[in-house]
Structures are given as C-alpha cells and as structure tokens.
Design a protein. Structure first.
Length: 183
C-alpha cells in the first residue's frame, strides 16, 4: 500500500515515472494540474471556484488545491495507496498536506526526489517544442522552483526522510530505482 510524494523540477520526468509507478502498483497518480483541469471540466464546486482564479490568471489558492487532493485521497481508488505528483511545492503546502493526512488517518510512506541538473532540464524542455518552452522561460521556472522547493527538500529530509534518485539517466533505470525505493 505505497503512499508516495514524488518531487522534482519541471522536466525531471515526474509525470512519466509517476504514471508508470501508478500502473505497476495499481494506485492513482494524483497531479494537481490534472485535478484542476478535471474539476473545471466537470464544473464541480471546487472546479468552479478554481476556474474563477484561473480565468483571471491568478494562482489557485492552496485551500482549493488541498480540497481537490482531499477528494482524491478519500476516493476508493486511493485506499490501496497513491502517488502525489509534484505536490506539495513548498513548506506551507507540506504542512497543509500533513494536517489533511492526519485528518484522514493516512501517512506518507516515501518522499522521493528526482534530481536532474538544470542544464539537462533545459535541453529536455527545449526538445518538447512547446510554445512557452524558451530557454529564458525555462531557466526562470527553475529559479522559482529552486526558491520554493529547496526549503521543502530540507523539510522532508528532517521530517520523514527523503530519498534522492538521479533522474539524469535512462527512464527505465530511473523507474527501476524508484521501484526499489518504494519496496
């Protein structure tokens, strides 16, 4: 019954690896981006609230995001475990998540960081060919990620332990190391 938080910079391969782990363990991959898009499309109460922020170009408040995650963690699919893909992104979100997990009587088994050097991230993201994947934009996203996430990494190293996996190797090797870390 693995319950995993998967951290890493944009372009590190979290989504790909989380999807493979979810399939291997038959547990849901919970990504805040996917949750927001699905809730908006389904016009759920939280989705309607999220859309009001997104339409203005504002960040969706943590309370809304945590509400969406709570719905997923209470779902039947998540009873056998889950993978949080890229959440939390900062220490306050980690605190909110801990409070939520305590409320639900759940805990996190593993916090795993996919570590990839910035220059490799830039190359990977440039190869995707998306309109917003320009080198200056990517490097700025990495600066923001490092500012927000470095304290989170230190938090988990002290709080629950953090396993770091070198994400700068072939995807199948990364996956094998992830499976080994999950146990």
């Amino acid at each position: 019954m693995p319950r995993i938080i998967l951290l890493g910079p944009p372009g590190a391969g979290k989504g790909t690896q989380a999807a493979q782990l979810a399939e291997a363990y038959d547990i849901p991959k919970i990504s805040t981006g996917d949750l927001l898009r699905a809730a908006v499309k389904a016009q759920t109460p939280l989705g309607v609230e999220a859309k009001s922020y997104m339409d203005k170009g504002d960040l969706v408040p943590d309370t809304v995001v945590i509400g969406l995650i709570e719905e997923q963690l209470q779902s039947e699919a998540a009873h056998s475990g889950w993978i949080l893909d890229g959440f939390p992104r900062n220490v306050p979100q980690a605190g909110s998540l801990k409070t939520l997990l305590d409320k639900l009587g759940q805990s996190c088994d593993r916090v795993i960081l996919l570590d990839v050097p910035d220059d490799e991230i830039v190359q990977r993201m440039l190869q995707r060919g998306r309109a917003d994947d320009r080198e200056d934009v990517i490097r700025n996203r990495l600066v923001v990620y490092r500012q927000q996430t470095e304290p989170l990494i230190a938090h988990y190293q002290q709080e629950t332990g953090l396993e770091t996996i070198d994400g700068n190797q072939p995807p199948e090797k990364v996956f094998a190391q992830l499976k080994s870390a999950v146990g």
